[in-house]
Design a protein around this ligand. Structure first.
Ligand SMILES: Cc1ncc(COP(=O)(O)O)c(C=O)c1O
Length: 425
């Protein structure tokens, strides 16, 4: 579609960035390779809206890829950050926010007893994996194709088609030896799960998954299958790790584990727990977490881990979330969205779970629940109209594989607009 408006500043900034940053970005999906054209360069955000460098305003459904459950620049969160910053940006020593935020996290995850703060979701997963290997004294991980766990070497692997495979590296620079320590199977396949444990059962340290896979579409799984993971790991002495970097605090003041009534051995958090600043966390039993240095022999450390400004943002966010009010607002948005979709004559089909939405543009077949079942048609049909959505003032994550996020700052009319625009209305 020929564009009627200028993106001159974003284009200029992108050209400048490409000269000094690989692909012009600090993280690949931001480069808009999937949808084409220069990325939108954002100058500011407030509530549910962002403004780009060319002064175009958008309703934002990407929201920093999930952390901003309260919307952009929530005044209480910004105040907490400013106050903490004025008191000092980092100390590299102990401070009061660490135990405060840990107590809040444990209030939401009462089956766990301790928290280690890190700086990103990737780091949380790395730490959980190391803990699991140390606790079980076993080498292998079992993961599922379609689940993303950050750019951890051992988890950058892909599946063979439906059979049990030991991983093939999906990224250059990951050695075959490392990839070989990861067994990959399809989501939701009981036979593959049985086969994996039959073949490798005594070697599997942990099964790791997003209990609601939300990085490769929104691949909601059957609760019975999730329960079977808990049973089979217990039977074989492996740990179960729920990677809740996206889902933690998304559906209530708890994790998705509570939604499906399953308690994993370890939970990894990121995104919302930092309220928009870099915080990740590993949460688990005292027995497991005390295996970490300085109590135990599993080394993990970080100059910026538990940074006081970042933890202040997380703490302010969780204080608001624990009132329950944001979740009531999100529930209303979900209802408004469903009602709007029901009235639309055509357009994508959707999977919505709470405040996560995934449009699926292939009219044929079921909406997939495995990565393998996502069709090329769905991907192509997402790509073509994307820039038109931007022109209509809707910023959706720039990839057909990504989910959109609602925040408590959105109004029902905003999510109705999302449905209309993506449906071509
Ligand atoms: C489920 C899951 N795990 C881990 C990560 C990695 O987190 P980060 O990007 O903070 O390193 C992500 C990031 O999107 C994620 O969605």
């Amino acid at each position: 579609m020929p564009s009627s408006r200028s993106a001159a500043v974003s284009e200029k900034l992108f050209a400048r960035a490409q000269a000094v940053l690989p692909g012009g970005v600090s993280s690949p999906v931001r480069a808009f390779k999937h949808v084409g054209g220069a990325p939108v360069f954002v100058s500011k955000g407030s509530g549910a809206r962002i403004v780009d460098e060319d002064q175009h305003e958008y309703l934002d459904f990407c929201l920093g890829w999930g952390p901003l459950i309260l919307g952009h620049a929530h005044p209480q969160v910004v105040d907490a950050v400013c106050k903490a910053a004025r008191d000092g940006l980092t100390f590299g020593t102990c401070h009061r926010h660490e135990a405060q935020l840990a107590e809040r996290v444990l209030e939401a995850f009462p089956a766990h007893q301790m928290v280690r703060f890190v700086v990103s979701g990737t780091e949380a997963v790395m730490t959980a994996v190391r803990l699991a290997r140390a606790a079980t004294r076993r080498p292998l991980l079992l993961k599922f194709s379609g689940c993303y766990h950050g750019h951890v070497d051992a988890l950058m692997v892909k599946a063979g088609s439906g059979v049990v495979t030991q991983g093939l590296a999906e990224s250059e620079g990951v050695t075959p030896t490392v990839a070989h320590d990861t067994v990959v199977i399809e989501l939701g396949d009981p036979a593959a799960l049985e086969a994996a444990f039959k073949t490798y059962g005594t070697q599997i340290a942990a099964v790791i998954l997003e209990p609601l896979p939300a990085n490769n579409g929104l691949l909601q799984q059957k609760v019975e299958w999730l329960r079977s993971l808990r049973e089979i790991t217990q039977k074989h002495g492996a740990l179960l790790i729920f990677d809740e970097v996206i889902t933690g605090f998304r559906f209530g003041f708890h994790g998705y584990g509570k939604v499906v009534e399953i308690t994993p051995d370890l939970t990894t958090l990121g995104k919302v727990v930092g309220g928009g600043l870099p915080v990740g966390a590993v949460v688990g039993s005292k027995a497991l977490l005390e295996k970490l240095a300085p109590m135990g022999g599993v080394y993990q450390a970080g100059t910026m881990a538990g940074n006081p400004v970042a933890l202040a943002a997380g703490l302010a966010t969780l204080e608001i979330l624990r009132t329950g009010a944001p979740y009531q607002a999100l529930e209303k948005l979900g209802q408004a969205f469903d009602a709007a979709v029901a009235k639309l004559p055509k357009g994508p089909r959707w999977r919505r779970v709470g405040s996560l939405v995934w449009p699926y543009f292939d009219p044929a077949g079921e909406i997939p629940t495995t990565a393998e079942a996502i069709s090329k048609t769905a991907i192509e049909k997402f790509r073509a109209p994307y820039r038109g959505w931007l022109e209509q003032g809707v910023y959706f994550p720039p990839s057909a594989y990504e989910v959109g996020f609602f925040s408590a700052a959105h109004q029902p009319k905003d999510v109705e607009r999302l449905a209309e625009v993506l449906a071509g209305g």
